[in-house]
Design a protein around this ligand. Structure first.
Ligand code: GTS
Length: 218
């Protein structure tokens, strides 16, 4: 399998974390698509993913799967033991809801803030910007942080008592927030403590170095 991504990207991070949680690192190769040069907006790349976004998973039979949630669902199902996306109908429903909520209320909002109210990927890539919309999404993201703080005051993980895809999506949101210097409010103690725990997980900690070529042992 091949992953098209950008090593420091927050959305790519979601798939890298999922790969490591599932122990699938050795089954994939990475191909860099340089966001800062707009390589994701070329016709060649859009033929792989119509939306022109990263990451994209290419299967060995040539199928392309885009969208982090879809890629995570695929990877999680491969071994018949889905631990990230839920085993029972109830788990699947709650995890999907919380992950979608993390996209809507946090991660995608931070992304819109980045692309519309900051220089984003630069003038060659950001051909339309609406700063007012971006700033509204920044405020939405802060409200989202407060919401997830309230959730994590009640339970250890975003979708209940086990780590799941929903945690990964919130982690992606906070990675993006940090990149754009959008701080988590200091009184979101539960969210901050949870994030500290998450950053210590090997899958999260080692996500960027995952695509470095393995050096031969000396
Ligand atoms: N809904 C998509 C998903 O979940 O995969 C969103 C993917 C997305 O926005 N990816 C970012 C992207 O391609 C990558 S990164 O910003 O996290 O590195 N952004 C470029 C752009 O121009 O929107």
């Amino acid at each position: 399998m091949k992953i098209y991504d950008w090593h420091t990207g927050p959305y790519p991070a979601r798939v890298r974390i999922a790969l490591a949680e599932k122990g699938l690192q050795s089954r994939v190769t990475f191909e860099s698509v340089d966001l800062w040069k707009g390589e994701h907006k070329t016709d060649e790349f859009r033929a792989k993913n119509y939306s022109g976004t990263l990451p994209v998973l290419e299967l060995d039979d040539g199928t392309f799967i885009a969208e982090c949630t879809a890629i995570t669902e695929y990877l999680d199902a491969l071994d018949g033991a889905p631990v990230l996306t839920g085993r029972t109908a109830r788990e699947k429903g709650v995890i999907h809801m919380m992950s979608k909520r993390a996209e809507l209320e946090l991660l995608d909002a931070v992304s819109v803030y980045f692309h519309h109210a900051t220089p984003g990927l630069g003038p060659d890539v950001e051909i339309y910007q609406n700063a007012e919309w971006g700033l509204r999404q920044r405020d939405k993201a802060i409200n989202g942080m407060r919401y997830f703080d309230s959730v994590l005051r009640q339970q250890r993980f975003v979708a209940g008592d086990a780590f799941s895809m929903a945690d990964i999506t919130v982690i992606g949101g906070l990675i993006f927030a940090e990149l754009v210097e959008l701080a988590v409010p200091g009184d979101c103690e539960a969210l901050l403590a949870w994030n500290q725990r998450m950053q210590e997980r090997p899958s999260v900690r080692d996500r960027i170095t995952m695509s470095e070529p393995q050096r031969a042992a000396t």
